[in-house]
Design a protein around this ligand. Structure first.
Ligand code: NAP
Ligand code: MG
Length: 489
């Protein structure tokens, strides 16, 4: 992961000079005024410019010009590929700096910012760069007197509005396929995590992406996010975030230009452990890792552990032991396994969910202690399906354990949610694995694992977890339109 010692990360943090302007039309602009507070210690790490409607207008106009008359959509795909590969190389060059910005702004342990998030971002940009010149158009066989061409055209100006939990991965999953397709883009990062996004913009300019192709507008969601959602010159809005804000974007589109809205939303993912799991200890260890990874600030977090009654105490004891041994601490310490929650406001939200679980009668096995900006890894068992802890997304290190007596009951419990992002089942039986995974309503089902993936496989949800897919060649569908050209011969 990272060989850089703790003191060195702290020294680098002290010497950091982040970009602080809005990135519009290839340049940083605006007056830096809004503080960015680190969840590490509550200190201000930088002041940044904040976009209001007129700055959003300027960014959209720049992206519009770059699309309508600029070189980017007209380049040969191989030339776009080359530019995106240069960008990826620069991200790799600055990998430590960007990882540090992420750990400082949103509190992810440095070993994960560097080892997991930056690896994912670099990989994603390279993957779509390589895909750019490998797409084929179609020529259906119609009749001997006609020629039909079905070509993929870039949709135009894409706006991406993303959350803070994996700030650059969520951005790259949208921006990389959009740019590879020949679109131009505007990114609105979350208020908590603007600095890493601004560094990405500086590197895009350095890589030679033409002005206006990639713009970044920081600013409050209700202002900058909304202005993008309502903007008549934005063709596609790609959103990752909460189900509640996803609803706003559908309304913004309906009330403006009917732009296409792609939604990656929340989850309350079930993780089903059956008595014939190939390795119960591994299943328990993965259940614990899954819910406490990134302090539980994961849309795919396996926040409902559904465990067969006959093995429940063994599995839950193991999860609790792992919870109690996790190293919580400064995100800049490479040995830290869990950092602080992203903000005091989010900390308070998670604590209110813990309070609700207690008052609904769930049994606290471990955790729930709030220490400043941290929350100890928390496990509740004896959870009933109607309790709030079994239904509401918490987005923190809080696990709900529910027990069941047979597979059909497990499937019914698993599907008893408005969400459908991810699910898992642990079993050694091939038929059970297939039967259960077919029955689970989720965009991804993992069998005997959790959070596994690859750029080649699509990611996204069903039900109120959203629609459309990030990653894989299917993501290109979101940023291209099919055009039919019919020629009478
Ligand atoms: P959020 O509150 O929905 O915010 C997401 C983005 O939307 C931020 O950039 C935010 O800006 C902006 N926004 C907020 N209110 C808005 C409004 N009224 N109009 C327009 N934009 C608005 O979510 P979050 O707290 O950042 O992230 C946590 C949520 O993201 C969870 O529900 C989680 O499940 C979901 N998530 C989903 C996935 C997935 O792939 N399915 C991945 C990660 C996270 P500000 O920051 O400026 O408020
Ligand atoms: Mg927010």
């Amino acid at each position: 992961m990272t060989d850089v010692p703790y003191e060195e990360w702290r020294a680098r943090a002290a010497g950091l000079v982040p970009h602080t302007g809005l990135h519009i039309d290839g340049e940083f602009t605006g007056t830096a005024s809004v503080p960015v507070v680190s969840p590490r210690d509550g200190k201000t790490i930088a002041r940044i410019a904040s976009a209001g409607p007129s700055e959003v207008d300027a960014a959209v106009a720049a992206a519009r010009r770059a699309f309508d008359t600029g070189p980017w959509p007209r380049l040969a795909p191989a030339e776009r590929k080359a530019a995106l590969l240069r960008w990826a190389d620069l991200i790799e060059r600055d990998r430590s700096t960007i990882a540090l910005l992420i750990s400082l702004e949103m509190g992810k342990p440095i070993s994960e910012s560097y080892g997991i998030e930056l690896r994912a971002v670099i990989n994603c940009v390279r993957w779509y760069a390589e895909a750019a010149d490998k797409q084929l158009d179609e020529s259906p066989r119609t009749s001997s007197s006609s020629l039909a061409l079905v070509t993929r055209e870039p949709v135009g100006v894409v706006a991406a509005v993303v959350p803070w939990n994996f700030p650059l991965t969520m951005a790259a999953w949208k921006i990389a396929p959009a740019l590879a397709s020949g679109c131009t883009a505007i990114l609105k990062p979350a208020e908590e995590s603007p600095l890493s996004a601004l560094h990405l913009a500086a590197l895009a300019a350095e890589a030679g992406l033409p002005p206006g192709v990639f713009n970044v507008v920081n600013g409050p969601g209700e202002v900058a996010g909304r202005a993008l959602g309502e903007h008549p010159s934005v063709d596609v809005l790609a959103f990752t975030g909460s189900t509640e804000v996803g609803r706003h974007f559908l309304r913004y589109a309906a009330d403006s230009n009917l732009k296409r809205v792609w939604l990656e939303l929340g989850g309350k993912s079930p993780n089903i452990i059956l008595p014939d799991a190939p390795d119960l200890d591994a299943a328990a260890a993965t259940a614990a890792w899954g819910i406490f990874f990134n302090a539980g600030e994961m849309c795919t977090a396996p926040s409902r552990l559904l465990v067969h009654r006959s093995i429940a105490s063994r599995v839950v004891d193991r999860v609790v032991a792992r919870a109690e041994s996790l190293r919580t601490g400064d995100p800049l310490d490479p040995s830290t396994e869990m950092g602080p929650l992203v903000s005091l406001a989010h900390h308070a939200r998670v604590m209110s969910h813990i309070q609700a679980a207690k008052s609904d009668g769930a049994h606290l096995r471990t955790g729930a202690a709030a220490d400043g900006r941290y929350i100890a890894p928390t496990v509740f068992d004896q959870v009933k399906p109607e309790m709030r802890i079994a239904r509401e997304e918490i987005f923190g290190p809080v696990l709900a354990v529910l027990e069941f007596d047979d597979v059909d009951e497990a499937i019914a419990l698993a599907n008893d949610t408005e969400y459908g992002l991810a699910a898992a089942v642990w079993t050694s039986d091939l038929s059970t694995a297939h039967r259960v995974s077919r029955s689970l309503r989720a965009g991804t089902v993992w069998v005997n694992c959790y959070e596994e993936g690859d750029m080649s496989v699509p990611f996204g949800g069903v039900k109120q977890s959203g629609h459309g897919r990030d990653k894989s060649l299917h993501a290109l569908d979101k940023y291209t339109d099919l055009k039919t050209t019919w020629i009478e011969l």
